[in-house]
Design a binder for this molecule. Structure first.
Ligand SMILES: [Zn+2]
Length: 315
């Protein structure tokens, strides 16, 4: 692999704090090296940062994989961009079938069977907040300190810059989630906001998902080494079978969840009756140490390759 100036593809890729600036550099690098890639900005964060989406392949089966909906789970952006680098190599015409270099799909499978959109950092403001703390120049600086509620680092922050938990923002029994969370204002986690999709990042993801009409979605979170695949019995029968395939590829546990609403995959399943998954990568306390990214990736890569194959089999 040509490491170039990219970060997620570089030799020391698993020793980096991975924030929005590094993501931007990686996206630029990938685009420069692979002019056939399509990169889209699907919306902007509260602080005006672009939310990027990168497309590989042009097959009929449409898959979305997103990461860093939760701020202190930013290691998922690093994992997904590492995957993007490897997909880019596999998809390069001159590579012409890269499968021998690991479990990557050959170029023709990517090109002819699947179109996959990666959304590597849904919550760039939140990630930056976790990595660097609140910006004194931000109009939300005083609010952020108050909402955070204690001294010290923002490592426990999951929400966006408005203190809203983006994975409690989707219109799937949102009111039940509000009651369950029992919070009446912004904070580091679990506040569902004043209304579903009140936050620009959640709105961008929902609009993009509606517009592209995906056959399947995968949301990368940390932690627990688990695969959530159901929602209130609304998922299609194939969901459980795919969950078992993803489990077989990664060693993660498929888990049937109850008592949880308003997440992205919940909304996707309810809205489209198609398979949607939340993957809880790695194990430990968030944010997971970046030094573990290599070990986590060794389980996530085969899971994502299996997700591509499963999506292809839907069409
Ligand atoms: Zn999460």
């Amino acid at each position: 692999m040509d490491h170039g100036t990219g970060k997620a593809g570089g030799k020391e890729w698993d020793s980096l704090q991975y924030g929005p600036e590094r993501l931007e550099a990686d996206v630029e690098y990938l685009q420069r090296r692979n002019p056939f890639l399509e990169v889209k900005t699907i919306g902007y964060s509260v602080a005006g940062r672009p939310i990027r989406a990168i497309r590989f392949g042009s097959g009929p089966a449409l898959l979305q994989i997103n990461a860093s909906v939760h701020a202190n789970e930013w290691i998922t952006s690093l994992l997904l961009m590492r995957f993007a680098y490897e997909l880019a190599e596999a998809a390069l015409p001159e590579a012409g079938g890269h499968a021998q270099h690991g479990q990557m799909l050959p170029a023709e499978v990517l090109a002819k069977q699947v179109k996959v959109w990666l959304v590597p950092m849904v919550n760039p403001d939140g990630v930056e907040l976790v990595l660097s703390g609140p910006d004194p120049a931000s109009p939300l600086y005083a609010d952020l300190l108050r909402w955070h509620g204690h001294e010290g680092s923002f490592h426990d922050w999951k929400a966006n810059l408005n203190g809203v938990d983006l994975n409690d923002q989707f219109p799937a029994h949102w009111e039940d989630e509000v009651r369950r969370r029992g919070l009446n204002g912004p904070g580091p986690r679990d506040y569902p906001g004043s209304a579903p999709l009140s936050e620009p990042e959640a709105r961008a993801l929902a609009d993009f998902t509606e517009a592209e009409n995906f056959d399947m979605v995968v949301a990368l979170h940390t932690q627990g080494e688990e695969i959530y695949w159901n929602y209130r019995g609304l998922e299609p029968p194939v969901s459980e079978r795919i969950a078992l395939r993803l489990a077989g590829a990664s060693g993660y546990n498929p888990v049937k969840l109850t008592e949880s609403d308003a997440g992205f995959k919940d909304w996707f399943i309810q809205r489209f009756n198609r398979p949607g998954f939340t993957i809880e990568a790695g194990r430990g306390v968030n944010p997971l140490p970046v030094e573990e990214a290599g070990a986590i990736y060794s389980r996530i890569k085969p899971l994502l390759v299996e997700a591509l194959k499963a999506a292809a089999s839907l069409k």
